[in-house]
Design a protein around this ligand. Sequence first.
Ligand code: BGC
Length: 612
Amino acid sequence: MSKIEKRIDEIMNRMNLDQKVGQIVQPERMFVTPEEVKQYHIGSVLSGGGSTPGENRLEDWVDMNDAYWAASMDEDENHIAIPLVYGVDAIHGNTNVKGSVVFPHNIGLGAANDPDLLEKIAQVTAKEIVATSVDWTFAPTIAVARNDHWGRTYESYSETPDLVSKYAPRFVKGLQGKFGDENVIACVKHWIGDGATLHGIDQGDTCITEEELRKIHMPPYKAAIDAGVQTVMVSLSSWNQEKLHGSKYLITEVLKKELGFEGFVVSDWDGIGYLNESFSEAVALSVNAGIDMFMVTEKWREFIELVKEHIASGRIAMERLDDAVRRILRVKLVSGLFERPRPSERKFSNDYSAFGSESHREVAREAVRKSLVLLKNDENILPLSKDARILVAGKNADNRGHQCGGFTIAWQGVRDNESIIGGTSIWEGIHDVAPNAELSIDGEIANPDKHDVAIVVIGETPYAEMLGDLRVPGLSKGMKVSRGSTSEDHTPEDPFPIMKEGPYGTHLYHHELHPEDIATIRSITSKGIPVVTVMVCGRPLVINDELDASKAFAVAWLPGSEGNGVADVIFGDYNFNGKLSFSWPRYDNDNWNLGDEKYNPLFPYGFGLRYL
Ligand code: BGC
């Protein structure tokens, strides 16, 4: 038996039932105090997207972690010292925190097709996380997104398992390293098939054969597990009508036994609640399915009582609870948590020299450059000359919030420049190198005597999860969600208010989703000024009109805080490098993906022009 397993035995021999049950519980920070962490022996706490302590500075995070950690380590006759593990959604940088560098969302990193750069991004992300003394991020998402209607398409690297499988281990290695002071625990999500739900409905039903599930959606997990990933998050979706959170077959038989995963499995946000109308039943089903750590954000006291009742009645076997606790302790030991000093005393806590630093921003800027995909360049209008008289227009031209997309500062993202501290908007990046450029968001000042060319930055506005879905009426019934809001409703006091909005739209047609964009382009071209369009978007959309009206067309995806990476390429300092890791649709209800029988995209997988 290894040293670690022996140590687990020693700890577990000292644990009573309350301590074991507490260890498998993960409340959201809004709903648990440090005193309760000690009283209930809580094993983990999380921040949901946008849930931030104090004024959301590094020191506020470190103070918060200090208090939770100290409570978990305060040993006495009723409590054993086991370090708490704190989890956040650092999915494209540590982007809950003010002033962090914001990397392009995964869809852009997929287009960059650069595994070395990906690992570097993960390392930088880990450094920005440890500056807050957090130990664990719910990343990377390794979904293979198969339907562009899905609101989480941007969290996916690619529609094919090949690229995702190549990336998953590199991101995991970048985060976890050898679990030194600069590393954090990774979490691959969402097990399994989250990207293939019918009609792309978030948290919906993945109706595919087991063969397809294994062929398309499993390989990235295999690669991540082989690379040593310590945690896996279960999907809120179903597989052929069975919710993943209750699937003993997929969690215990396949993930743990067949793939040999030895870390712990965490449930997603209140996901066990969907299993049954009776919460008691839901608790039994999910524990017995093989989940180890329970993200029960608010109802965690009830959860604890119910687990104890089920243990008493034999509905949950003690061996199952022991397995869950053993796995959690294993991750805490393997990742070195027991050896770490209190959060405020860790080497890189409050490290403002790294957090949001120029060198970190340089990595993000490189990622922006490499992720841009050029779809059209008539008469080689690009690259532009820096001396040209350029009009810059479009609602996404000067909006760092829009550039960053969801999971940035707030769960649903933000819609202004001020909330994103540091970095540059696309306009700012252009203006920095092309001093003659002029900004006019609606393009009204366009004048052929004054402007040689226009850059119009169009696209989507921020969304996350189900609020980003494009749901075809009639095909998708009402949304079942546990939280939600518009970004405007988000406040630090109430980060998860009741949802007021529906999904993002119904179809992929960009001119219907955002008629203002084609209007801006046409108002400029009608004056005889050629337009270069740059699109900020979390997924491929049908853009036939916008493309026709533009001389050149580049996709920037959701580039994050370093908008100047766009200018680097538009003016020819660097060549275009990005290749589509998602096929670009010709019209909606297409056959989406490479390999589909009637594959007929507007631009195929792998497409991307370059300067000669
Ligand atoms: C999402 C997860 C995320 C979790 C915690 C859920 O709604 O599905 O991806 O990690 O919230 O914020």
